[in-house]
Design a protein around this ligand. Sequence first.
Ligand code: AMP
Length: 114
Amino acid sequence: MGDTIFGKIIRREIPADIVYENDDVLAFRDLNPQAPVHVLFIPKHAMATLNDAIPSDATLLGNLLLAAADYAKREGFAEQGYRTVINCNEHGGQTVFHLHVHLLAGRSMHWPPG
Ligand code: AMP
């Protein structure tokens, strides 16, 4: 896949407010937050969209969600609740083509989304 702004964040070529990191996953605050807490969890070994995932990516995809839940617990809002979202391609509203999980928290979320 081509490089994206998230690749530059992983390589520390541009700044980001990094809040969580492990061997496979990096997480940083969204530049344009849609909730009081809005953090993006990205795999360090990128794929462009969820469509590009293959069975051997199952652990990586699971690790993104586990990292988000771990962060929510450590930050103290897990019990109150939060939302995780993966946008895919045009109709999903994806704008950065490095797969990422949005973690949104700190306010009540509506369903269905707009
Ligand atoms: P999506 O629309 O699902 O592709 O989400 C991309 C998200 O990346 C948007 O919510 C943007 O606000 C966010 N974003 C874009 N550039 C940056 C950046 N340099 N640092 C943090 N978040 C960013």
